[in-house]
Write a protein that binds this ligand. Sequence first.
Ligand SMILES: NC(=O)c1ccc[n+]([C@@H]2O[C@H](COP(=O)([O-])OP(=O)(O)OC[C@H]3O[C@@H](n4cnc5c(N)ncnc54)[C@H](O)[C@@H]3O)[C@@H](O)[C@H]2O)c1
Length: 323
Amino acid sequence: MERILVIGANGQIGNELVDALVAQHGADNVIAADIGPRSLFGARRYEPVDVLDSNAVAHCIENYGVTQVYQLAALLSVTGEQVPLKAWTLNMNGLLNILEIARERGQSGKPLRVFWPSSIAAFGPHTPAVDTPQLAVMDPTTIYGISKQAGERLCEYYFSKFGVDVRSIRYPGIISYKSPPGGGTTDYAIAIFHAAQRGETYPCYLGPETTLPMIYMPDAIRATIELMDAPAERVRIRSAYNVAGLSFNPRELAQKIKQYLPQFGISYEPDSRQTIADSWPHSLDDTYARADWGWHARIGLEQLVLDMLANIKAPRCELHQAA
Ligand SMILES: NC(=O)c1ccc[n+]([C@@H]2O[C@H](COP(=O)([O-])OP(=O)(O)OC[C@H]3O[C@@H](n4cnc5c(N)ncnc54)[C@H](O)[C@@H]3O)[C@@H](O)[C@H]2O)c1
């Protein structure tokens, strides 16, 4: 029986990951933790925990007999640029604390499986942008991306040096409707749906042709859990796996939304986030994830748009049947 701790549970991913883990393992076996007060999710157990307080995290893991930790607490790309030192401290020390606890527990016969998300932000302007391979030049330009690249190295180091069973995915931009995004460069792909449903023209902070890798939340959650459930010998990559969902740009997304909301309009007002987006890949090659643990994305643009529009309630707009 697994006992699972999700740190950063109040966030965009944590919220939905907790629900999925509760459905799989039962509410008693999933402990949601975050630095903030309890937010909305299906967990029965909640612990206020600061991931930077290593003793508090270790205490929580020991108390509940935790066997798996998902360490999601981080500052994202846009927020991180505003407070780089804080982002570095949280993103690096949060991960290091968990890896150290896992190392110590492993030595005393209480192994801890760890999930920690990397990001497409770990790539940079010299990375091949189309079908970015698993193994590529990585020269990230944001403090967030630098922390993700360093984090990947730490994960591989703790696996090869200490045998810590750590697993990771380079998440693309994650699109969802249940909780707000956490301050990333791909947030436009969520905000656009809210504007569309309010009947507003959306002022997009990225240019129309800015193609980025994205994934719909149900696919992202499934990838995460499938990787964590895979037999250890199948997990050959211990830095972080490329996982592809779909790729599109603001023009293509707006066009698809207009099929269902013909009155929807978009304007383009690129700001500093354009520079970040320009340094990231357009699409990912996820051959390793497919071969090692059977990953394949299920949700394409049509289904994503229909589901987002259906779930972000329209105050006055009716959905039109697309031709
Ligand atoms: N959302 C995306 O599109 C995306 C893409 C790539 C990678 N990721 C990665 O996935 C992870 C989760 O992302 P998210 O979008 O859910 O982020 P989010 O900002 O929505 O949530 C992060 C959560 O961490 C919590 N937190 C912050 N500091 C903490 C601390 N000291 N101790 C405990 N909790 C703390 C916050 O309160 C928040 O609830 C991050 O590592 C992020 O880098 C996300």
